[in-house]
Ligand binder design. Structure first.
Ligand code: NAP
Length: 496
């Protein structure tokens, strides 16, 4: 019998259901809520720090925002979206999709908005949470669905407070600021910075990209789906489902392989990126855009519009370091003042924050800061010793390098449901990974990481202070296989 059916049968048989608190109403929090509801479990609450759902896709609304995973695959496997209008889904369409799904499963009645959980503690056999407004709640299980990139990286450039124009981070886009006819400076040329160059170049009087390190750009064309196609997908849902499987297969067999082991996949990736770069005509500009590391070491940018846009007459690429920010603009280290009306900080995120700044205390007085003193660690990306009945979605070392976070969250959420099933069957009251299991897991991870592309010599948000990536060093398929059934030998299973 499936997990869902077994849990339903247990509940119908009178077994008391656990109370679950989900932190965050983004993609993975919504998913967890749906899985609980499908199993007939209704004793749960989703706490969301902001006033609406959507996580990343609510926060990031910059011009040109889109996902670099094909739309039909950036979808819950059980909830196809026939409305996608492009191969790479625009942020607003993704947000609308999550809103529709949230509505369809009537998750609003389980969600408390504008309540940020600031502290959580395991005491007297339960999790106790406190929110910023002073609200308290208790639960048997906690699922942290807090996202990977929610804490922004906003470097304090000297003199930034003196700038007379507008300045904001890409994840805090101020839509009241007029862009048309402005002199716009974008600091940072990662996935976000590169993605906005084309749309901004169409409206700015002058656009300057302040780039510290160039990115490799993989030339997959985005394309609009025709009205006929969209109507067909609506009429024949099998089309959307087939495309999910096709794009998943392609993602796993191409970038999924190239990132984790050397071979022909990686060589083709390299050649295509080099071929793409050669479309930049001016050799000086091309040299400035040429990375000194392997494609994929930093997350690969998927675009066919960036190189044409950066060559436009109203667009400048500045590779000289930023000295300071002055009233009129950015002064680079060569002494040149680049006069600007707007500065956009496309400087990324802290990929190591996870559920922090929230504070946590598990059993044996273990705090999260202590547990993660040497960096975030979780057994197979989801559980932490001394934090019983606590699970993470898309936690440390999840296989997130150029793969759909939705597919990973689905694997993890199903695993959590299997643990909840065992709890309801009375196998345990508390589950937490054995320290030896975590140590063994990290031993194999660290042995495998040197073969991956992320360790081939670049700086990125994947890496810790010692240059070790917080990623899954094998294929996403291996993750799905290893997570298909919990191996309870890796856990301490305790009774109350
Ligand atoms: P990012 O990849 O970390 O890029 C940040 C950029 O800011 C880098 O170019 C970095 O330069 C620069 N930077 C940071 N601090 C700086 C400083 N003090 N001075 C000058 N430059 C500085 O961040 P992101 O572009 O926001 O992307 C983060 C992740 O979000 C991506 O890897 C991807 O997973 C996701 N994302 C996806 C999409 C998509 O699906 N299309 C779009 C946007 C984001 P260095 O490289 O020299 O450090």
């Amino acid at each position: 019998m499936s997990t869902i059916k077994t849990i339903k049968a247990l509940k119908d048989g009178g077994v008391k259901e656990p109370r679950v608190i989900i932190m965050g109403a983004g993609m993975s929090g919504i998913l967890m809520g749906i899985n609980l509801l499908k199993a007939g479990l209704t004793n749960f609450s989703i706490y969301e720090k902001r006033s609406t759902i959507g996580g990343t896709w609510r926060e990031n609304t910059y011009p040109g925002i889109a996902c670099d995973i094909p739309s039909y695959f950036y979808t819950y496997s059980f909830e196809p979206n026939p409305h996608w209008t492009r191969r790479f889904p625009p942020g607003s369409e993704i947000q609308a999709y999550f809103e529709r799904v949230f509505e369809k499963y009537q998750l609003a009645s389980y969600t408390t908005f504008n309540e940020e959980i600031t502290n959580t503690q395991h005491k007297d056999g339960q999790w106790h949470v406190e929110t910023a407004s002073g609200k308290t709640d208790t639960a048997d299980f906690i699922v942290a669905a807090t996202g990977v990139l929610h804490k922004i990286n906003e470097p304090k450039f000297e003199g930034i407070e003196n700038f007379e124009g507008d300045v904001f981070h890409t994840a805090r886009w101020n839509h009241d600021v007029e862009l048309s006819g402005k002199r716009i400076g974008v600091i940072g040329g990662g996935s976000t910075g590169t993605q906005m160059i084309d749309p901004l170049s169409k409206v700015a009087k002058k656009l300057t990209l302040f780039q510290r390190t160039p990115q490799w750009i993989f030339p997959i064309p985005d394309k609009a789906y025709s009205k006929l196609w969209i109507r067909s997908v609506k009429r024949f849902p099998v089309l959307g489902k087939s495309l999910y499987r096709l794009y998943k297969f392609m993602q796993e067999r191409t970038v999924g392989v190239a990132t984790v082991k050397p071979g022909w996949n990686r060589s083709i990736l390299n050649k295509l990126c080099e071929w793409n770069l050669n479309h930049v005509k001016d050799p000086v500009l091309r040299a400035k855009l040429t990375p000194n590391y392997e494609p994929g070491c930093k997350r690969l940018v998927m675009s066919t519009s960036f190189y044409p846009a950066i060559q436009k007459p109203n667009v400048d690429l500045v590779t000289e370091g930023i000295d300071k920010i002055e009233a009129k603009g950015i002064r680079t280290k060569d002494g040149v003042l680049h006069e600007l009306d707007l500065i956009v900080q496309a400087t990324g995120f802290d990929g190591f924050a996870f559920m922090r700044p929230m504070t946590m205390q598990g059993t044996n007085n273990t705090t999260l800061s202590e547990a993660w003193e040497s960096g975030p660690r979780a057994f197979r990306a989801i559980t932490i010793p001394n934090f019983p009945n606590f699970f993470m979605l898309n936690g440390p070392n999840s296989p997130i390098g150029n793969y759909s976070l939705i597919a990973i969250a689905e694997t993890q959420s199903s695993y959590i449901m299997k643990c909840i099933q065992k709890y309801m069957e009375g196998v345990f009251d508390y589950i937490e990974p054995k320290q030896e299991a975590v140590d063994d897991f990290y031993k194999t991870v660290h042995e495998a990481l040197p073969g991956t592309i992320w360790t081939t010599g670049c700086q990125s948000w994947y890496l810790d202070d010692n240059g070790v990536p917080l990623l899954w060093p094998w294929s996403p398929q291996r993750y799905a296989k290893e997570m298909s059934q919990p191996d309870f030998n890796n856990y301490h299973l305790k009774k109350a």
